[in-house]
Design a protein. Structure first.
Length: 662
């Protein structure tokens, strides 16, 4: 092993275990603007000299580091807090050094207290103080530094006089210590090899309520292709229900070659509208708009109208092409070719998707492909879109997403990306590390108390919670889970409550969920019969028995209770009935506490006792407390940690209980 560089050989401090960090700082942690983070690290050196440690942080766009002294916690552990005041990419690092002046000053005080002759010791300190004076002189920005330099020079002369300067040193020791601390010697300081990043998002990245709809099905008249203007007429109702994100599937021209028919039929009939995910035609590709939806100005009007209702419009980003997409002719090298010369269409054997060509991310022109696709997202961001739901990101090169998201967020730091990656956990987590703000999850397929408890414990514990923000969906246009296929109203409400209270981010494929649409394409399938992916639908929200009121009540509870707007405080609590799941969320800063109890049996009433750790939740164990159900307005008086609950799915399949103690 070669000798270290001259500068490195005298860096005596070791820095270890910097937290929070992901994979040693390779990836950014995630936070919301206005939050604070506590940074900790171990820092130590050989011997017994004084080690000082600082936290350096740099806000988005800033060049200079801000310096915060770190506090020693004992056992060589250090800590400091950092406030995140701006959306964007923050950086922090740790700097630590052996402070020769502080070590000398500490030992000198001990010698004086012991009554020793310190004449020589004072002289040892003189050059240390003179060096501090020189560092002060190098800073000529204001008169304070020049005054400090003069005082330090004076103290250096006092110390150089040896024993004669003891009295003056003692009189000015506090001043000298403060002056020297302002101008530390960093010449042999150790600093982390790389800065640690914090991606700071707006609150909607942590707390959002999504409603997915197909604008082509928003027309008032059955059979007519809907438009953006029709979609805009839905906005007041959706805002009143408490949704703040309206998500549209792809809005681009749809290919006609191998166009899918109703119910995913291999061939289409005249008038079939095809799948929006078969993107591209002679009219254009990923930067074009399907003509029957409207124009770019119509889209901008929709974005503007949504904003007036406090709603973000989210667009689907699906990087794949119909056979007529302009890219197919312009860049044939971006696609894989079969031995017979045809382009390889998408497959998930034995399923075939002849209407879609996937991109080849191993293309020799992968750089051109990356840039072109990044330009697509930037184009829509420049039209006013700030949220993107990304289709199947796990089927594209992982490194590509890190590039695309960093490029987009450099120009639009408030942009939010939702990853629709139903795949293996490590890939889902990697995508989140690479920059996705939110992620679909396995929530849809979790059913038992044990499954929910295990999965949510994983998602809300470190290190996963530092980078992965779950977004829970009870259904999607692709997924009609078995527990909803009976059409049981209690199942729909229970799954809604679970999604909206377990996670700060949740969404529904809205028209289908509101209307309890539950018929599968065939037994054993999770596809909807008469799926809106392949045909127009006409929705009637005035039908008796729909879920509009239940959804509105849940969303109102989410808006009014800060505890439901994040995931960090989630705790599960014991019940004596496995069909009852109980959990709480608590916001100590506001005193907001909610307890949720859900009946996981959608057919039969279930009852039992729930147990709460009252003191840990801020409840006085010696006093009664009241709980009010946000879903039914029911009121209950509880006493002590153990209380009885009965949930009848025919009436109330779940409680969302606001806890109040007088």
């Amino acid at each position: 092993m070669p000798l270290p560089e001259a500068s490195e050989g005298r860096r005596r401090v070791a820095i270890e275990r910097v937290q929070p960090s992901i994979d040693g700082g390779r990836f950014a942690i995630k936070r919301i603007v206005g939050q604070r983070i506590t940074v900790t690290a171990d820092a130590f050196a050989d011997g017994h000299d004084v080690v000082l440690v600082e936290l350096l942080d740099r806000a988005p766009g800033a060049k200079a580091w801000q310096v915060t002294p770190m506090t020693e916690l004992g056992n060589d552990a250090w800590q400091a807090e950092l406030e995140l005041a701006a959306v964007g990419r923050h950086e922090f690092t740790i700097r630590a050094w052996v402070d020769a002046f502080a070590s000398w000053h500490r030992d000198l005080k001990k010698r004086i207290e012991a009554g020793q002759d310190v004449g020589v010791d004072l002289q040892i300190g003189a050059p240390l103080v003179e060096a501090a004076a020189q560092r002060a002189n190098e800073i000529t920005s204001d008169s304070t530094t020049s005054k400090d330099a003069r005082r330090l020079t004076h103290f250096a002369k006092v110390l150089a006089g040896g024993s004669a300067g003891v009295a003056e040193y003692q009189a000015g020791a506090t001043e000298l210590s403060a002056l020297a601390a302002r101008y530390p010697d960093y010449s042999h300081a150790t600093q982390c090899d790389r800065p640690f990043a914090v991606v700071v998002d707006r609150q909607r990245a942590e707390f959002s309520t999504w409603y997915e709809l197909f604008p082509r099905s928003c027309a008032d008249e059955e059979g007519r292709h809907g438009t953006f203007a029709d979609c805009a007429r839905w906005l007041p109702r959706l805002a009143a229900m408490g949704f703040d994100v309206v998500y549209l599937p792809p809005i681009h021209p749809i290919g006609s070659t191998f166009r899918k028919g109703k119910n995913n039929a291999v061939s289409c009939e005249p008038g079939d509208v095809g799948s929006p995910w078969a993107i591209g035609s002679a009219e254009g590709g990923h930067k074009a708009i399907h003509a029957e939806l409207g124009t770019l100005d119509d889209l901008k009007n929709l974005i503007r109208a949504a904003g007036e209702h406090g709603i973000d419009l989210a667009l689907d980003i699906a990087f794949q092409c119909a056979p007529e997409h302009p890219y197919v002719k312009e860049h044939p090298d971006w696609f894989k070719h079969r031995p017979d010369g045809t382009i390889q269409y998408a497959e998930n054997p034995p399923k075939k998707y002849q209407d879609i060509y996937p991109f080849d991310f191993e293309s020799s022109d992968w750089r051109g492909l990356w840039q072109k696709l990044t330009d697509v997202v930037l184009y829509w961001a420049r039209q006013g879109v700030r949220i993107f739901r990304v289709d199947n990101p796990h089927t594209k090169a992982l490194a590509f997403w890190e590039f695309l998201i960093s490029e987009v967020k450099a120009e639009f730091p408030e942009a939010i990306f939702l990853a629709e990656a139903f795949t293996r956990p490590k890939i889902m987590y990697r995508l989140a590390k690479l920059g996705f703000s939110q992620s679909y999850t396995y929530f849809t397929w979790r059913n038992t108390k044990a499954e929910f408890t295990e999965y949510l414990t994983e998602l809300t514990a470190e290190p996963v919670s530092e980078f992965f923000r779950p977004n829970f969906w009870p259904n999607t246009p692709d997924i009609l889970p078995p527990h909803l296929q009976s059409g049981n109203r209690a199942a729909f409400i229970a799954r809604l409550v679970l999604a909206g209270t377990l996670s700060g981010n949740y969404g529904i494929y809205g028209p289908a969920y509101e209307n309890l649409d539950h018929l599968p394409l065939k037994p054993g399938s999770e596809e909807y019969l008469n799926s809106e992916k392949y045909q127009l639908r006409h929705w009637n929200f005035d039908m008796p028995g729909n879920l509009t009121d239940a959804i509105t009540r849940l969303n109102r509870a989410r808006r009014e209770n800060p505890a439901l707007q994040s995931n960090g405080s989630l705790r599960f609590h014991p019940t004596d009935n496995e069909q009852l799941i109980c959990y709480s969320k608590h916001c100590p800063a506001s005193g907001n506490l909610l307890v949720m109890v859900v009946n996981l049996d959608f057919q039969q009433p279930q009852w039992g006792h729930v147990e709460l750790p009252l003191a840990e939740l801020g409840i006085d164990p010696g006093k009664a407390y009241h709980v009010v159900d946000a879903l039914s307005d029911g009121k209950f008086d509880w006493q002590g940690p153990r209380n009885f609950v009965k949930l009848d799915p025919a009436a109330t399949p779940a409680h969302v209980l606001l806890v109040r103690q007088s």
